[in-house]
Design a protein around this ligand. Structure first.
Ligand code: SF4
Length: 331
């Protein structure tokens, strides 16, 4: 079977798998303070079902899998699931995005299970600001989780992802740079996207990657671009003139990267999303629970990917909000 590609010729190699819609944070740019109605247990794919879809997806061209949520580590036995996925032949990279507060307990077992890389979402190093945005006073536990992770260098790189919001993030930028350079973390800022459940996003709230780069360069001078030759990379990566540390800017709004998008997503309830801003989904759970063959499952994924959206239309009159909010998609 042909490797996964869409009608625009984009080769699809990366799959993000949300293993739960639940989260122990209430980040204001993602979900309401009272949370959201969670999916019922029967709606959520078992690890066996998730592994089955992952195995078929890898057999038709997926090379990288990232586990997301909600907060993935609130689901039990994630290390065991990582171990299962690691057995899939052809899977080159297995990573995880987490808010970090359960990392101290799980760093060791995740490393032993074969996790390759990790992204930790952290929007401020200031306790009060952290608590204000996440509605949880848990900064200390996230920092403890990061410190614990340092004991397991097999998980590399460790990326810190901060959502950049105007009027909130500017004053943290240089603190984060110092923190990342001292700790050898890769620091990245992600522009605020209209995926919040409260639907309060407005373009005036966006602090662009270009603006953050300018703040950094006032202190450190011109940043030095890092080129990897991988067009599907979402971050614009830079190092410093002294070569210490790396920062990156993910600018889906000010500098969209859809032209080289290589990503698809699977939701915790088994829906295939071919774009973060998709308004329609393909029900792989029904295919699986309907007893269909691996060939039929593969054909269904191929069919969905062929119709993958060209791009998001943020800022354009054609823009339509996704049919789910961020915590139900998993970033
Ligand atoms: S908005 Fe959609 S097409 Fe664009 S980069 Fe994100 S997932 Fe890919």
């Amino acid at each position: 079977m042909e490797p996964l590609a869409d009608s625009y010729g984009r080769r699809i190699k990366s799959m993000r798998i949300s293993i739960t819609d639940k989260c122990n944070f209430r980040c204001a740019y993602c979900m309401p303070a009272e949370g959201l109605p969670w999916l019922k247990k029967s709606e959520i794919l078992s690890y066996e079902e998730l592994e089955h879809i992952a195995r078929v997806a890898v057999s038709i061209g997926i090379e990288q899998i990232r586990l997301t949520g909600g907060e993935p580590l609130v689901r039990r036995d994630v290390p065991e699931f990582v171990r299962q996925l690691r057995q899939i032949e052809g899977l080159r990279s297995l990573s995880l995005t987490t808010n970090g507060i359960l990392l101290k307990q799980q760093a060791k077992v995740l490393a032993e299970a074969g996790l390759s890389r990790i992204n930790v979402s952290l929007d401020s190093l200031v306790r009060e600001k952290f608590a204000q945005l996440t509605r949880r006073d848990q900064l200390e536990r996230v920092l403890e989780g990061l410190a614990e992770l340092e004991k397991y260098p097999s998980i590399y790189p460790v990326k810190i992802n901060a959502v950049a919001i105007r009027g909130y993030s500017e004053e943290d930028v240089l603190d984060f740079v110092r923190f990342a350079r001292n700790k050898a973390y890769v620091m990245r800022w992600i522009e605020f996207m209209p995926l919040d459940a409260d639907q309060i996003w407005c373009k005036e709230d966006i602090l662009t990657g270009g603006e953050i780069k300018a703040i950094i360069e006032t202190q450190y001078g011109p940043l030095v671009p890092i080129t990897t030759g991988d067009p599907s990379e979402t971050a614009r990566r830079y190092t410093f003139s002294d070569g210490v540390g790396e920062v990156g800017f993910i600018n889906p709004v000010s500098e969209p990267f859809c032209a080289h998008c290589d990503r698809i997503r699977l939701t915790a309830d088994g829906q295939l999303r071919t774009c973060l801003f998709a308004t329609e989904e393909t029900d792989l759970r029904a295919v699986l629970r309907g007893g269909k063959s691996d060939e039929e499952l593969a054909a269904t994924i191929h069919q969905a990917v062929w119709h993958k959206e060209l791009k998001h239309y943020i800022g354009d009159k054609r823009f339509r909000r996704a049919n789910r909010s961020m915590s139900m998609i998993g970033g």
